[in-house]
Design a protein around this ligand. Structure first.
Ligand code: PMP
Length: 313
């Protein structure tokens, strides 16, 4: 059995000892920013490959800047701490690393200035989020994606996730797997925790960044692969809801969801109802890469070798 560890109050401690007080500002008002980093377990190498740590730390800092949260650790220190938490926890399966910077003062009053900040890191086992083989059935949500004029959509802020949670629960309770949110203008924004990509006539289309999307790291990866390896055109522009209905292919990207094909939207089959050829190729390449199996992209993966497991007699 592995014992999960966390970085908390500037120390690495067993996860069970990392507790916050009930008056913590971030808990009461959603004043935190976070990242989700995949740790992909490769049993052949006895190694966990952390995907794009640098990019996630960059986005964490951008979120913190938007929300006025100070991070005292450097990127080099943070990546070292992440490696230590993951290495010590020895979780021999796919996992999720969560750095979270937050307003840690135990005080009442809504604001983001004049408060103490802290940062924690934990890791948890985390398998597939959506069915990457069978594909997802999605629904256009009755919840609109928050506008940047209300809560900055490109900041991965803890409080913003009530928006995603309401949409996800509505979709699940209605018998779907995932929600697709429109923005206030009625254009496609994103899934509850994924970016949206459609394929039309061999060209990839994804909503532009100003449509209130989180600037996805998986999206960037997949669009890069589409351009550089498949030689495909990629366009970032406004997408209408009805355009989802006539797409040849449709897939979602996210740290949790990886590359998940969408096979049905609002009870209409996508394309011919099977996983599309482009989606399949991108999915395969992406999975080879994130488990550290492609030398060319080894620089995207931070290896954390685990001790050899002690075999039970
Ligand atoms: N949008 C939202 C709302 C998300 O929570 C996520 C997951 N972080 C994404 C998009 C996808 O981003 P990434 O590929 O960086 O995980």
């Amino acid at each position: 059995m592995s014992t999960p560890y966390a970085y908390f109050h500037k120390q690495i401690v067993p996860l069970s000892e990392a507790k916050i007080g009930i008056m913590t500002h971030a808990f009461n008002y959603g004043t935190g920013v976070f990242e989700g980093i995949r740790g992909n377990w490769n049993a052949d190498d006895n190694t966990i490959y952390l995907f794009k740590v640098e990019e996630h730390l960059k986005r964490l800092r951008q979120s913190a800047r938007i929300c006025r949260i100070e991070i005292s650790e450097t990127d080099a220190q943070l990546s070292e701490l992440i490696k230590q938490v993951v290495g010590k926890s020895e979780i021999r399966e796919d996992q999720y690393v969560r750095p979270l910077a937050y307003k840690s003062s135990e005080v009442l009053g809504v604001r983001v200035h004049d408060l103490e900040d802290d940062l924690l890191i934990f890791v948890a086992p985390f398998g597939p989020y959506l069915d990457i083989d069978a594909g997802a059935r999605v629904q256009t949500s009755s919840w609109r994606r928050v506008e940047d004029t209300s809560i900055p959509a490109r900041a991965k802020n803890t409080g913003i996730y009530i928006n995603s949670a309401l949409a996800k629960t509505e979709a699940i309770l209605n018998g779907f797997d995932e929600a697709i949110m429109l923005n206030a203008d009625g254009h496609v924004s994103e899934g509850s925790g994924e970016n949206v990509v459609i394929v039309r006539d061999g060209r990839l289309i994804t909503p532009q960044r100003s449509d209130n999307v989180l600037e996805g790291i998986t999206l960037d990866t997949v669009l890069f692969l589409a351009r550089s390896e498949l030689g495909l055109d990629v366009v970032e522009r406004t997408i209408d809801r009805s355009e989802l209905y006539v797409a040849d292919e449709f897939f979602l990207t996210g740290t949790a969801a990886h590359v998940t094909p969408v096979l049905e939207v609002d009870r209409r089959p996508v394309g011919n109802g099977a996983i599309g050829a482009i989606t399949k190729q991108l999915q395969k390449r992406y999975f080879d890469i994130i488990y550290g199996r492609v030398d060319k992209y080894a620089h995207w993966c931070t290896p954390v070798p685990l001790r050899q497991a002690v075999r039970q007699a």
